[in-house]
Ligand binder design. Structure first.
Ligand code: RB5
Length: 170
């Protein structure tokens, strides 16, 4: 698999360990940095990994920052990206099975290495379940002006509490 990686100064050590681990396992790695503790801005690294995946230069992406949160927010700005910040393997598994996550976000400051290693393996090895999850994943990319207007109307009329999902798909 071709995997894009990126991290800020608070995540580069784990990112470098993941890079090594993936290379040892025979994966192709695109390493966008950063490579040392000099402070940098995490959005740039999240965007780079997101664009690499969205454009097809990489099959999956992995990003690391201090908390996993900022760099995940950045990656999720890239159209086509479904980035999941996770801190344990079950979330990594569900992010693949239910959400078809294509980028994984990890926290170097809050998650131990052993847990990170397990999350990475699960993220790379778990398939998307498809089925009832497929149309929900598709909806994640429908949030244009029309969807925004429909959602606002639904909130204003109180209809947002009335799920419009067909019962057989629940
Ligand atoms: C850097 O100090 C830290 O804010 C960053 O790595 C990340 O946790 C942001 O969400």
């Amino acid at each position: 698999m071709k995997i894009a990686l990126g991290a800020d100064h608070a995540g580069y050590e784990d990112k470098d360990r993941i890079v090594q681990m993936l290379r040892d396992a025979g994966h192709q790695v695109l390493d966008f940095g950063t490579h040392d503790a000099t402070p940098v801005d995490y959005p740039q690294y999240g965007y780079a990994v997101g664009e690499a995946v969205a454009s097809g230069h990489a099959d999956r992406g992995i990003v690391v920052c201090g908390s996993s949160l900022g760099i995940a927010m950045a990656a999720n700005k890239v159209p086509g990206i479904r980035c999941a910040p996770v801190c344990e393997p079950l979330s990594a598994e569900l992010a693949r099975r239910h959400n078809d996550a294509n980028v994984l976000a990890l926290s170097e400051r809050l998650t131990g290495w052993e847990m990170i290693e397990r999350c990475v393996h699960v993220f790379l090895e778990t398939p998307f379940d498809g089925g009832r999850h497929a149309h929900r994943v598709a909806q994640l990319f429908e949030f244009g002006d029309m969807q925004r207007e429909r959602t606002l109307v639904a909130i204003e009329t109180g209809a947002v509490t009335d799920a419009s999902t067909p019962k057989e798909l629940l």
